[in-house]
Design a binder for this molecule. Structure first.
Ligand code: NAD
Length: 398
């Protein structure tokens, strides 16, 4: 037992601690939203969510657990608390998720370790076999700065860089809150290769091959991974940059996985292109916090703003959760970024982008909303939490 008053330790896009009660309230709120969207849930089905503790993977786990009544197996890589320090936000999110699912009579299990490793894949399969379960859904939602390859032992680092030429862009320095220009040098061939190794589709394919070989997939199993395209102002660093190359690889691997699954099990693999949201991964990308701040204000004014939970709820309700095949674009991808990319929304972004500067940032964009959203990720500035009270930090995931 360790009670502490927990205050945020934030530097730029890094926050090194988390507030367990704030994280609990965040999960509770998302579960309540999902329950309102999927009334009368009954336990049923089994889902594996790889990268289930924060962002889009967490939202997918909540929709599958609270919306579909699925037994969720969550895989994530999070810092466990001890008597001297808090756990990471993803750890507390997962602990809260277990408690809330328990109160709804829905089962869940979590595995904290490196999803890229063979050991964690084996652990997932062993656990499925021990409980005599097979998977109906596999969600692949990892965002990682590095991957140690299970066959070569080489550790690949992913980078966020342009390909080919220098990229000059506007960005906001999250420490000084100043809008400034930065130049980012292009990636080397090795950096491009390494980023594809980390954020491309190879590991997703390894997971799906292994799960299939081990006979732990149900007929008509569905798997999905998430991607991003975004507007032209971010293309050089994102869509056409190193991460974009990795996402191209993800698209290719989706087609391969789809072929294998449809042949053997009548199953399917999809990539869903999602909208920009505030997550630990997106806050670290130059340009993106500034773009998100503008985008959110515009989308809020038009009544179409979504966070992770709203976006994934819509994905399941309209595209991925039912029996019918999703609607896809010319490259076979589900487009949940349809509202972000709407012509009127992007026209407003293009109009405001050249104007935004340090002085007007807080009035013409929702920078304060971005900042609060970022703090919320770690359980801070969450409504209904008394941050002056000590809280138990050393919590165990059952
Ligand atoms: P996130 O940082 O919120 O979550 C990443 C998850 O991966 C966490 O659960 C973390 O524990 C887990 N993880 C990281 N390394 C791991 C490892 N080695 N082993 C096990 N688990 C590990 O990320 P996010 O923003 O939700 O991104 C998830 C996916 O969604 C990514 O593919 C991203 O490109 C995509 N996406 C994100 C956005 C956005 O705006 N954030 C938009 C569209 C698509």
């Amino acid at each position: 037992m360790t009670q502490m008053v927990v205050s945020p330790k934030i530097r730029g896009f890094i926050c090194t601690n988390a507030h367990p009660e704030g994280c609990y309230k965040n999960i509770e709120k998302q579960v309540d939203f999902v329950k309102s969207q999927f009334p009368g849930v009954k336990p049923g089905g089994t889902a594996l969510i790889i990268g289930s503790s924060t962002g889009y993977g967490l939202a997918s786990r909540i929709v599958l657990g609270a919306g579909y009544g699925a037994h969720t197996m969550g895989v994530f890589y999070e810092r466990v608390p001890d008597d001297t320090k808090t756990g990471s936000a993803g750890y507390y999110n997962s602990e809260a998720f277990h408690r809330i699912m328990g109160s709804m009579g829905i089962t869940a299990e979590s595995i904290n370790g490196d999803a890229f490793s063979n050991e964690i894949k084996e652990q997932v399969v062993a656990s499925l076999k021990a409980s005599n379960r097979k998977l109906d859904w596999v969600i692949y939602s990892l965002a990682s700065p590095r991957r140690t390859h299970p066959l070569t032992g080489i550790t690949h680092q992913s980078v966020l860089k342009p390909v080919g030429e220098d990229y000059f862009c506007k960005t906001v320095d999250l420490n000084t809150e100043k809008v400034q220009g930065v130049t980012i040098k292009p990636a080397s061939d090795k950096e491009i290769f390494d980023t594809i190794k980390v954020m491309g589709g190879e590991d997703w394919e390894l997971w799906m091959d292994y799960l299939r070989e081990q006979d732990v997939l149900n007929p008509e199993v569905k798997t999905i991974a998430y991607s991003y395209i975004g507007p032209k102002v971010t293309w050089e660093i994102y869509h056409q940059g190193t991460i974009g190359k990795a996402k191209d690889d993800l698209d290719q691997k989706a087609r391969i996985i789809n072929q294998k699954l449809s042949k053997s099990l009548g199953g399917n693999a999809w990539v869903s292109v999602n909208k920009a949201v505030v997550t630990q991964a997106s806050a670290a990308i130059p340009v993106v916090p500034l773009y998100i701040s503008l985008l959110f204000k515009i989308m809020e004014e038009k009544g179409i703003q979504e966070g992770c939970i709203e976006q994934i709820t819509r994905l399941f309700k309209t595209q991925f959760g039912g029996k019918s095949k999703p609607q896809v674009d010319e490259l076979g991808r589900i487009r949940m970024d349809d509202w972000e990319m709407r012509e009127d929304v992007q026209k407003d972004v293009i109009n405001l982008w050249p104007q935004i500067n340090t002085e007007n940032m807080k009035s013409i964009s929702d920078y304060e909303g971005f900042k609060k959203g970022f703090r919320n990720l770690f359980g801070f500035e969450v409504d209904g939490v008394d941050y002056n009270q000590p809280v138990e930090v050393n919590r165990l995931i059952p």
